[in-house]
Design a binder for this molecule. Sequence first.
Ligand code: PLP
Length: 387
Amino acid sequence: MDIKQIDKQYIANTYARFNVCLTGGKGSILLDEKGKEYIDLGTGIAVNSFGIGDEVWKNAVIAQLDKIQHTSNLYYSEPCALLAQKLCEKTGMKKVFFSNSGAEANECAIKTARKYGADNKGKEYYTIITLKNSFHGRTITTLSATGQDVFHEHFTPMTDGFVHATPNDFAEMETLVKTHKCCGVFMELVQGEGGVMALNKEYVKAVAKLCEKENMLLMIDEVQTGNGRTGALYAYMQYGITPDVITTAKGLGGGLPIGATMLGERVQDLFTPGLNGTTFGGNPVCASGALSIIERLDEKFLEEVRQKSEYIFSQLKNARGVKSVSGMGLMIGVETEKDATQIVNECMEKGVLVIKAKHKVRLLPALNIPFKQLQQAIEILKEVIEK
Ligand SMILES: *Cc1c(COP(=O)(O)O)cnc(C)c1O
C-alpha cells in the first residue's frame, strides 16, 4: 500500500506535500512511516499546542467521547458552555460564538461588523479595513479580507466591502476611514502567513483610538497568535488595547477543529437566534480538549513560553547566515541568506520539522516543548542555515 501514490491519485491537488507521511509521535517528537524521528517545530501550523498525544488533553477528549460526541446546537452542552465561560473570564470579552475553523470564526467577525455598522451608522457603512499582506482564511469572503492579490486570482468576483491598508502606516488608515464608509478594522497583530511580522505598538494603539472615535469595531484575528502562542494568552494583551471582537482557532483545540469569535461589550447583544449558526461548532469533544488547553495557560506557563522565545531569538539573531529574526513568543520568522525551502528540506533530512512563511523559515514549536529538545533542534537549524 503506497499512501503517497493513493494520495496523489485521490486527493484534490491543492497541496504541495513534503515527501513524508507522519504516522505518530509523542510530545514534540514525530514519527514517519519508516520510523524516523523528528523534533517538531511546526505543530501542524500552530495547532498542536501541547504537542502530540498530550495526556491531559487526551484524557479530556476521551472522557467526553465516552459521554457524547455531538449534540447539535439545538441543545445545551456542558463543555461548550464551560469553555465560553473560561474564555470570557480570561479575556474580559462577554460572549462567544463557536465554529470549526479560523475562516469561519472570521466570517462571524465580518458579519458582526456589518451588522454593527448597519445598526449604528447606516446600511451603507459596511466597509471593513484589513491590512496588506494579511491572511484571514480561504472562504470567498475571508479571502476578500485577505490583503494579498495572489489569493484572489482565479476566484473573482470577491466579496465587496474590504479595503486594504499598509501595515504600520497610520496616515493611510486615517485616509481610508475618511474616504470609505467603515464599520470596522480587522487585523492580525503578528502577520503569520505574511511572514511573521509583528505590528508596531504605537500604530496598533492609534488604530484602536481611531476606531473608538469613528464608532468602528476593533477586530483582532488571533487565529494563529492566540492561545499562548505569542507568550501571552492572546497577543492583544501585549498591545494595551481592548478589542471589540477577537477571533481564534488553530491552537485553541490542541489538535481538534474549533474556532471561536469572542464578542466584547459593544457587540455582546448584536446576535439574536437565527442570525448565525453551525452544525458542528462548539462540538463537545473539541470543546473539552480546548478547555483543558486554556486552563493550563496560566502566567507561570506563559513565562516559560517567553523564556523559550528569548532563547530562540538569542540563538538565531546573530547566527551566521541569518539576516533577521521576527515575531513574538513561539511564533518566529527567520530570514536567511540561504533559500528557505532548501533549509526546510535539509532540516527534515536531519530530523527537524520547520515550515515556511513567504521567504522565511517559520518556527511554531509546541508551547510545552522540553528545553532540551528545543536546544537540539535549534542547533541543527543553525548548522543548516550556516552551511
Ligand atoms: C490559519 C489562519 C486563518 C484560517 O484558519 P483556517 O482554520 O485554516 O480556516 C485565518 N487567520 C489567520 C491569522 C490564520 O493564521
